[in-house]
Design a protein around this ligand. Structure first.
Ligand code: ZN
Ligand code: ZN
Length: 265
C-alpha cells in the first residue's frame, strides 16, 4: 500500500497548504506522516483502535477510524505464492498436484471495508452475502461457505483452491473461504486471522488459552470468551474444517464494503 499511502500523504499535505497558506512553520507539527507504513500511525484518533486491528499487516492494509467505523483499505491480493498470479509473476508457482486451476487470475482491487468500531449483537442473525464478508489481516477478503446463489455448496470449487486455500473469482478478487493457512501455519492456529464485516474478530481453529479446538461453537461458528486481544471477552468466530468454515451468518449489525461487488464466489 505504499503507493496509496504516498498519495494520501500528498493529498493531506496539499490540504494543509491550502488551509494554512504559506505559514509553513505552523504546518510541520500538523503533518502526521505515515511514511513508516505502520497502521495506527496516520490518523489522530487511531489510539482508539481496538487492539485486534494492530494485527493487520501494514504492508498490505491501511487501517484507520472514520466515524463509527474502522476502515480497512486494501488491494486484496495474497502475501504468498499462487498459480493465480500467472506465469512470469515473481510469486507464481506451478499448481499443486491434483489442483484444477480455474480460468481467473489475481488482480488488485480497491477494497474499503467499513467495520463497526463498536460491534453490537443484532436482534436477528443475518445471512452473509456472496462476495467479501470480512477481511483477513493480510487484506485478502473472506467469502462465505457457498459457491454461488441459492446456497450452492463449495464442493465443486474446492479443487481450484491453491496451496493456501485461496482462489480468484471472475473479476480477479482473490479470496479465502477457509482458514488462511499461510497465516496460521506461519504463526499460530489460534491467531486472530481477521474481522467479520460485523466487527467481531475471527480466530484460527484453536483457542489461544488451551490450544484446543473449541467444542461449544454456535451455528455461526461463534462463541464468547476473553482472548489476548479482548481481555474483557467478546463474541468471535473460529475457522472450522467443516461448513460454514469461517462465518455461518452475521451475529452482529454489519458494516459495508465500498469497492467490491457481489458477483459470485
Ligand atoms: Zn473462542
Ligand atoms: Zn471462491
Amino acid at each position: 500500500m505504499s503507493m496509496k499511502s504516498s498519495y494520501n500523504n500528498i493529498i493531506y499535505f496539499l490540504a494543509i497548504i491550502f488551509l494554512f497558506g504559506c505559514e509553513s512553520s505552523s504546518t510541520s507539527s500538523l503533518v502526521n506522516n505515515d511514511n513508516n507504513g505502520s497502521n495506527g500511525g496516520g490518523n489522530t484518533n487511531n489510539s482508539d483502535l481496538p487492539a485486534g486491528f494492530s494485527n493487520f499487516i501494514s504492508e498490505y492494509t491501511d487501517v484507520y477510524i472514520s466515524g463509527d467505523y474502522v476502515i480497512v483499505e486494501t488491494a486484496g491480493v495474497p502475501n504468498h505464492a499462487s498459480p493465480y498470479w500467472g506465469a512470469g509473476h515473481p510469486n507464481y508457482i506451478a499448481p499443486h498436484s491434483g489442483m484444477t486451476v480455474n480460468p481467473n487470475s489475481i488482480s488488485e482491487q480497491n477494497f474499503k471495508f467499513y467495520i463497526p468500531l463498536n460491534p453490537s449483537v443484532s436482534s436477528a442473525v443475518s445471512s452473509t452475502p456472496l462476495g467479501p464478508i470480512g477481511v483477513s489481516i493480510s487484506g485478502v477478503p473472506f467469502f462465505n461457505q457457498y459457491a454461488g446463489p441459492n446456497n450452492q455448496p463449495l464442493d465443486n470449487e474446492i479443487p481450484s483452491f491453491d496451496n493456501y486455500y485461496g482462489h480468484p473469482q471472475q473479476t480477479g478478487q482473490y479470496h479465502y473461504h477457509w482458514e488462511p493457512t499461510y497465516l496460521t501455519f506461519n504463526n499460530s492456529s489460534s491467531m486472530l486471522i481477521g474481522y467479520s464485516l460485523d466487527g467481531f474478530p475471527i480466530y484460527g481453529p484453536t483457542e489461544q488459552a488451551t490450544g484446543q479446538f473449541p467444542s461449544d461453537l454456535d451455528e455461526l461458528n461463534g462463541h464468547s470468551h476473553s482472548t489476548n486481544e479482548y481481555n474483557d471477552g467478546t463474541y468471535h468466530y473460529h475457522a472450522t474444517a467443516d461448513s460454514p468454515y469461517l462465518i455461518g451468518g452475521f451475529k452482529g449489525n454489519y458494516g459495508s464494503l465500498n469497492g467490491g461487488g457481489y458477483f459470485t464466489n
